[in-house]
Design a protein around this ligand. Structure first.
Ligand SMILES: NC(=O)c1ccc[n+]([C@@H]2O[C@H](COP(=O)([O-])OP(=O)(O)OC[C@H]3O[C@@H](n4cnc5c(N)ncnc54)[C@H](O)[C@@H]3O)[C@@H](O)[C@H]2O)c1
Length: 435
């Protein structure tokens, strides 16, 4: 990077003229679409990832994510290269960190990826560079964790380098809301840090929402996902209550949703999945425990949502029992292992837990998922069976878990003996058990 990039004016100019070189650390679900968006906007972009496979795939213009079709590479006006070598940072004007932030089994945030990425960035930090954290994380991470790492290497934020936070809000598989038309929350550890972060994202996102601090931006992201988790828990609890009342939770929710204000429908299902909604609220509750505060709604929502796979198993047991059978030795076909329709992602998918629990009860379990041809559960590898009338006919019980379009476009329901429907995709009737 040239020293001219140090002043605010020259930074803005380099953004406007697309001379600024942009880096993305972590080329996953969040980082790769962002790298492509900047390259499409005309910037020279460098992706940095520890995975040789992903780096090679980007350099070969091969797709490895469902949301990134290979055709996207042909629309690049700037350039996109990838490397495993952090020394590439030395040439950059701005860099976004999009590395994973998992939770441990005890629901403690694992910041090791952020810390490792920040340390690698710090080792190559240049005067005037803008570093933006985009990973989802607990309130205070940017200022308490990333800032000290960078300041140890590069002087003062807002003067010698710049640090912002701009959380990822993408919803994989969503065809309406994408990176460009989903407003971007943007904050900085100083006003100049925020202004530079706004300038960078303003080139690829239509609407920027500037915030007063990185802690507000971190917490806003967690609140969005907590809203989903708590409302999903409400819908799941309604399903459990309607089950006892003998009425359809979906009919109740649709009736409530006819009110044109103050109601946003959420629907029941087999449990929460994906690496955001089931995980992210715990960043907030974990952080608040340090202040002696217990987040009651987050904990209650987790309890209800994580009970749903067990409820589905009970439904399977009841449905089979009604037909004079036990789970043991019954042939059970699970439809959909991805956590939601029309994506490949099985992270945190409740279907995995349902598969495991049925195996423990000695069922003959198989699955069909056109989006997940191979599935590793523990040390076992399973292959998807084909979506055929024979598979449906030969199952003692079918469990609809993920309503992929293939199942709905080519239904073989009339061949089924018994269906437990966790998604309300089948009309209630003989042989169909709603959850
Ligand atoms: N996936 C989503 O839909 C989504 C949505 C909202 C927010 N997020 C958040 O975005 C962040 C990234 O998630 P993701 O889904 O893109 O993860 P991912 O696992 O798909 O990709 C992360 C990438 O980072 C790379 N990586 C890990 N450590 C690295 C390091 N030190 N240096 C360079 N590369 C490194 C990995 O090899 C991987 O390619 C997380 O905080 C996640 O919570 C994701």
């Amino acid at each position: 990077m040239t020293t001219s990039a140090r002043t605010a004016t020259s930074f803005q100019q380099r953004i406007e003229t697309r001379e600024a070189r942009i880096g993305i650390v972590g080329l996953g679900y969040a980082g790769l679409p962002l790298a492509l968006a900047f390259a499409e906007a005309g910037f020279p972009v460098v992706g940095i990832d520890l995975s040789d496979g992903r780096v090679q795939a980007v350099n070969d213009r091969r797709s490895y994510l469902v949301d990134v079709p290979e055709e996207r590479y042909s629309g690049i006006e700037g350039s996109l290269t990838a490397t495993t070598d952090y020394s590439a940072i030395a040439d950059l004007d701005a860099l976004t960190i999009c590395v994973p932030t998992p939770l441990s089994k005890t629901r403690t945030p694992d910041l090791s990826f952020i810390i490792s990425a920040a340390e690698s960035v710090a080792a190559h930090l240049q005067p005037g560079q803008l570093i933006i954290l985009q990973s989802t994380t607990y309130p205070g991470t940017t200022e308490d964790v990333v800032l000290p790492i960078l300041e140890r290497a590069g002087g003062r934020a807002g003067r010698d380098f710049f640090l912002g936070y701009a959380p990822e809000r993408v919803d994989p598989g969503n065809r309406t809301w994408n990176l460009h038309n989903t407003p971007k929350l943007v904050a900085g550890v100083t006003p100049e840090c925020r202004a530079r972060t706004e300038a960078v994202y303003g080139t690829v996102v239509n609407d920027i929402v500037p915030l007063s601090s990185t802690t507000v931006a971190e917490t806003a992201k967690l609140h969005e996902n907590t809203f989903r988790a708590v409302n999903s828990a409400l819908a799941n609890e309604l399903a459990l209550m309607c089950d006892k009342l003998g009425i359809s939770a979906w009919e109740v929710i649709d009736a409530a949703a006819s009110k044109p204000f103050a109601f946003m429908p959420h629907y029941p299902g087999p449990g929460l999945g994906g690496d955001c909604i089931p995980v992210v609220p715990h960043f907030l509750s974990w952080r608040l425990r340090e202040y002696g505060y217990t987040s009651r709604l987050i904990d209650a929502a987790h309890e209800v949502n994580s009970s749903m796979p067990g409820h589905v198993i009970q439904k399977v047991a009841d449905a089979l029992n009604d037909h004079g059978r036990a789970i043991k030795r019954s042939r059970i076909l699970l439809l959909g292992m991805a956590y939601k329709a029309d994506v490949h992602d099985t992270r945190e998918s409740p279907s995995l837990e349902i598969f495991r629990q049925l195996q423990l009860r000695h069922a003959d379990v198989r699955y069909c998922d056109p989006w997940v041809p191979v599935l590793d559960i523990g040390t076992e590898r399973h292959l998807s069976v084909a979506w055929t009338p024979d598979e449906v006919r030969n199952a003692d019980c079918i469990v609809m878990l993920t309503p992929h379009r293939e199942f709905l476009e080519d239904p073989h329901w009339h061949e089924a003996r018994l269906i437990v429907d966790t998604r309300n995709v089948l009309p209630a009737g003989q042989g169909v058990w709603p959850i």
